[in-house]
Write a protein that binds this ligand. Structure first.
Ligand code: SF4
Length: 179
């Protein structure tokens, strides 16, 4: 059950999920449910880390490679492209700005924004492990108690309601800590 509130609660979100054409191919991944249902209750803070670090639109696609515990984000088709450090630096800069967010909705499967189960490739181009996306990993590490979810899981009613309850609860704790 989604509760009403007079106060808008700020939730971070991968920009492409709001329909912003920020993907590597100039497309988006608009999620109508998020916008039309959760958008009535939450105010979204859209962020696209790959655009923010200057990769442009369109841009060469990237993927995770190497050691799954410390993967690197490199070009799929462009040799020598490595945006690992820029993505991690950007994530730390967002966290340093202390955005007043009470939750975060990440784009599933993205080497930048995916929460988990993002493919990591070896030198032969084979998917050999999984990890979190580089930006999402830093955000979740910096705010470990903040509710997070991927858009794919929020189509499940029980998971969706649990996430919403967790966001309200986290927001209430933030307000209590302000007093
Ligand atoms: S998944 Fe993240 S990096 Fe990729 S287009 Fe969406 S917001 Fe940008």
């Amino acid at each position: 059950m989604i509760r009403g509130s007079h106060e808008r609660i700020l939730v971070g979100i991968s920009s492409c999920l709001l329909g912003q054409p920020v993907r590597y191919d100039g497309g988006h991944k608009r999620d109508g449910y998020l916008i039309e249902v959760l958008g009535k209750h939450f105010e979204f803070l859209p962020l696209c880390p790959e655009v923010a670090i200057g990769m442009g639109i369109p841009r060469p696609p990237i993927r995770l490679t190497g050691d799954p515990s410390r993967p690197r984000a490199v070009g799929v088709q462009v040799d020598g492209l490595d945006v690992t450090d820029k993505l991690i630096e950007y994530a730390h800069s967002v966290m340093a700005s202390r955005p007043r967010i009470s939750g975060y909705i990440f784009k599933q499967g993205s080497p930048t924004c995916g929460m988990a189960q993002v493919a990591v490739y070896n030198e032969r181009g084979e998917s050999h492990a999984t990890s979190s996306g580089l930006y999402a990993g830093v955000v979740m590490g910096a705010l470990p108690s903040m509710p997070v979810a991927e858009e794919g899981r929020l189509t499940d009613a029980a998971l969706r309601d649990k996430f919403v309850e967790q966001v309200y609860s986290y927001h209430n704790r933030q307000r209590s800590n302000d007093r």
